[in-house]
Ligand binder design. Structure first.
Ligand code: DAH
Length: 340
């Protein structure tokens, strides 16, 4: 009788284990068959009905059944665990034969390359690099540079006004004034930075671009120093065979003033499409610092003289890298930037 019941419990349990879909279900079976109130435990309680001489045999049978169910339960549990691990590993698998993701390497902007080169040349000649503010008072951008309130030069540089006498500087020349005001002489500095003009965007104009200002003030500085310095700069920037030419010009803050051209580094001065047939390329404005400018910043113009120059950074970048549209410098198209 007990034998039959045991056999039934065993079959039922093994069937249930075989059909279990997950480890939780196995646990339920373990509790309902082997647990304190489980079916198999129940059998042990009915041992008192068994004839004493039969008891060891029946007890052995119960234990065997229990051991078998436990073993099958454990086996099944291990199968579930192995399947789980397998799925996890499959998920995490790394295919080492796949091509690696290409790391994109950044590039220096042509403006940056040009600026670094200009700085390197002037630092090599003993210049200091000084930065001035982009937001300026009218005084520093115009007045102290000999451009009074109704001077026509003020209209030439369409200015972004902020309010009152605050504006966005139209030229890095304003940095000259800050440097002179410090009262430390002699001065030998360049000042690179962003400038702003209310210009429409086209191939050669932008409302925001960059200049590098230069200023030298000392005793006995002459126009020969200016020419020698800028000639040397041009040869270092565009090549040793570069020639320079100074054309008279007008700037309110210098007297005399000039514009400097360099011989075309494409055709060597013979004339080509690049220099529009003239053999020369205009590079910068320069001149001897106007005595009135020195005086306004508190420098004794009987003892000190100086020269100054201002060069457009974009202009140098465009020329050096033969870029024919300034807009390319501001669009940050990586296909363009990657070429430098
Ligand atoms: N500030 C001038 C401009 O923006 C450039 C310039 C010309 C600067 C002559 C100078 C200079 O220092 O001496 O057009």
């Amino acid at each position: 009788m007990i034998n039959e019941t045991l056999d039934e419990i065993r079959k039922k349990a093994l069937d249930a284990i075989a059909q279990a879909a997950d480890p939780d279900r196995l646990n339920d079976i373990r509790v309902s068959v082997l647990g304190k109130k489980g079916e198999l435990t129940g059998i042990l309680k009915s041992m008192k009905d068994v004839a004493p001489e039969e008891r060891p045999k029946v007890g052995q049978l119960v234990n065997d059944t229990r051991a078998e169910i436990e073993r099958v339960l454990d086996e099944q549990k291990q199968k579930f665990e192995a399947a789980l691990l397998d799925a996890k590993l499959k998920n995490e698998v790394i295919d080492v034969t796949l091509p690696a993701k290409k790391m994109r390497v950044g590039h220096k902007h042509p403006n940056t390359i040009a600026l670094e080169e200009v700085e390197r040349i002037f630092i090599g000649m003993g210049y200091e690099v000084v930065e001035g503010p982009e937001i300026e008072k009218d005084y520093y951008n115009f007045e102290a540079l000999n451009i009074p309130a109704d001077h026509p030069a003020k209209d030439e540089q369409d200015t972004f006004y902020i309010h009152g006498d605050l504006l966005l500087r139209t030229q890095t020349s304003s940095a000259q004034v800050h440097e002179m005001e410090k009262g430390r002489l002699p001065i030998k500095m360049i000042s690179p930075g962003r400038v702003f003009r209310a210009d429409e965007v086209d191939a050669t104009h932008s409302p925001s671009f960059h200049q590098v200002e230069g200023l030298v003030i000392d005793k006995n500085i002459t126009f020969a120093d200016l020419k020698g310095t800028l000639d040397e700069f041009s040869k270092k920037l565009f090549g040793a065979e570069t020639k320079t030419k100074f054309r008279p010009h007008h700037f309110p803050f210098t007297e005399p003033s000039a514009e400097m051209d360099v011989s075309c580094f494409k055709c060597g001065g013979k004339g080509c499409r690049f220099c529009k047939g003239s053999g020369w390329i205009e590079i910068l404005g320069c001149g001897m610092v106007h005595p009135h400018v020195l005086e306004m910043s508190g420098i004794d113009n009987r003892e000190y003289t100086g020269f100054a120059f201002g060069v457009g950074l974009e202009r140098i970048a465009l020329l050096k890298y033969e870029i024919d549209d300034m807009r390319l410098l501001y669009e940050n198209d990586s296909r363009f930037l990657e070429q430098f």
